[in-house]
Structures are given as structure tokens and as C-alpha cells.
Design a protein around this ligand. Structure first.
Ligand SMILES: O=C(O)CCC(=O)C(=O)O
Length: 265
């Protein structure tokens, strides 16, 4: 299976429309790949809180249109990263879109864990409530977004739903780059799954982005790693290795569910 991870530079000197055109062209260049992955909130930048409301789109808005067309032009499965979605009956959501090679929407995932504690995304956006998997011919994707990476129980839920390739679409800051790499490898090892983690480059809203998108195999080996700048990370892997690893080293079968909390003295 061939995957292309497009690490986009999000800088304020480029308009959203220009970036959308540039990203669509980059997706088209990946014809021949099976899966293309984009980062989180690449239209605005994940930290450009003031832009969320201004640039929010309905699900089937301009980014949806451009990415559906790019997926079908390239003939690839496209995880198009996320958009600030304006739900007509509710709040904004940080919503990832996945398109099939014919350009049809295969899945939409609303980010479950919102980042910012008492500000930013955590107060500006609503929380998703549903885990999302997508069946591809070669593997089953489990979807997640950025801060979700810190919550292992989300990935266990995705594994229980059949995921063998965990996609993380992110706008991770440079300041905590070591956590990004460590957690991507941890999620791969503990879930015996591929992790395909795509971040952003550049600086927006004064926050330098980590870049360093990474693809990890179910044994925790790093298959490919990007640098700090804009880059397309192309990687080929055998998706059957997830099932093989789970069979040869069946740790997932030893999970002890429903543990009791410690007794109070
Ligand atoms: O958890 C982190 O350190 C970064 C999370 C983040 O930037 C996000 O979810 O947008």
C-alpha cells in the first residue's frame, strides 16, 4: 500500500483560497498512491482561533468541493485533513473528511478531544462523540485528530472497531514535538497498528508548527519521518503486518477489561 502524507506549511501570508488551490494540486500529483493524508485545519491553521468563525464552512463547502474533485482526479483515497465545520443547527466542529477515489464522501469525523483547556478550540468548537473507521480495500482506517493522540482509550475503541491503520491529522506545535513522536510510536506499539501521522509546517498565529510527520509500523519502527518544512512523505507498507503482528505477539488478547478501582482504606 502506498501512502503520501502531505505536510502543508500554513503561513498567514497565503490566502485560504490560494492554499486550497495549492493543496488540491499537490493531491493531484499523488496519483498512483492508495492513500493521501492531509493535516488538521490547514485552511486556517489549528491555532488561528479568530479565523475559525470567519473561515468556517458547511460540511459540503469549498474545501469539500475542492478535495472531492482532487481525490477523483488523482484516483486516491483522500483523508483531506479537517475543516472548521459550521453545523447549521449547532456549534462549530473540527471535522475531518475522507473521500473515496471516485470523490464520494466516505466518512466525516468530528474531533472528540478539543485542545486549549479553557480557551481556543476547547471553547470555540463542539466535541464530536463518535468514533469513525473507514474500510479501504487494503486496510481499515481509524480516524483521529491532533490532541486525540494523548488519549489511548480512543485508539482502543478504534481497534475494537477493526482499525489496523490509525490516522492522526494534526497541527502539532514545535514546542511539544518530542511528545508527538513518542505518542505516535506508543499508539502504534500498544495497538499493534500502523500510525500515519500528518502535521503542519510553518508558523501561524505566532505558533511554530512541529512538522515531522511520521509513519510507524505495528512493531513501533519508524518507516518514514518528515523534516520541519513543507514536504510530501511517500511511504510503502504491507497493511497485512498489523494482523501478522497481532497473531505473532498476541498482547491485545491479554487485555483485562473492567478493572476495579482501588478500595478505600
Ligand atoms: O496536545 C498537544 O500538545 C497539541 C494539541 C493541539 O495542538 C491540537 O489538538 O490542536
Amino acid at each position: 500500500m502506498r501512502a503520501s502524507v502531505i505536510q502543508i506549511a500554513v503561513n498567514e501570508d497565503e490566502s485560504v483560497e490560494a492554499r486550497r488551490r495549492r493543496v488540491a494540486a499537490s493531491v493531484r500529483e499523488q496519483a498512483g498512491a492508495d492513500l493521501v493524508v492531509l493535516p488538521e485545519l490547514w485552511t486556517t491553521g489549528a491555532f488561528a482561533y479568530e479565523e475559525f468563525g470567519r473561515e468556517a464552512e458547511p460540511l459540503e463547502g469549498p474545501t469539500y468541493e475542492a478535495m472531492a474533485k482532487a481525490a477523483s482526479d488523482a484516483g486516491v483515497w483522500l483523508h483531506a485533513g479537517s475543516i472548521p465545520e459550521r453545523d447549521p443547527d449547532g456549534p462549530l466542529y473540527n471535522t475531518s473528511l475522507v473521500f473515496s477515489p471516485s470523490g464520494d464522501l466516505a466518512a466525516a469525523y468530528r474531533k472528540i478531544h478539543r485542545f486549549g483547556f479553557d480557551k481556543g478550540e476547547a471553547v470555540l468548537m463542539g466535541a464530536g462523540a463518535e468514533l469513525v473507521t473507514v474500510r479501504l480495500p487494503e486496510t481499515t482506517l481509524g480516524l483521529s485528530t491532533c490532541y486525540d493522540l494523548r488519549f489511548p482509550e480512543l485508539y482502543r475503541g478504534l481497534v475494537d472497531a477493526g482499525a489496523e491503520t490509525l490516522v492522526v491529522s494534526a497541527g502539532w506545535p514545535e514546542r511539544r514535538r518530542s511528545h508527538w513522536t513518542l505518542l505516535a510510536q506508543a499508539r502504534a506499539v500498544e495497538n499493534q497498528a500502523f500510525v500515519v501521522a500528518c502535521g503542519t509546517a510553518g508558523t501561524h498565529a505566532g505558533v511554530p508548527q512541529a512538522g515531522h510527520s511520521i509513519v510507524v509500523d505495528p512493531w513501533g519502527e519508524v518507516l518514514a519521518r518528515a523534516g520541519a518544512g513543507e514536504e510530501v512523505l511517500a511511504v510503502e507498507f504491507d497493511p497485512g503486518k498489523a494482523a501478522a503482528t497481532r497473531e505473532q505477539f498476541p498482547a491485545l488478547k491479554d487485555r483485562m477489561l473492567g478493572l476495579q478501582p482501588p478500595r478505600r482504606p
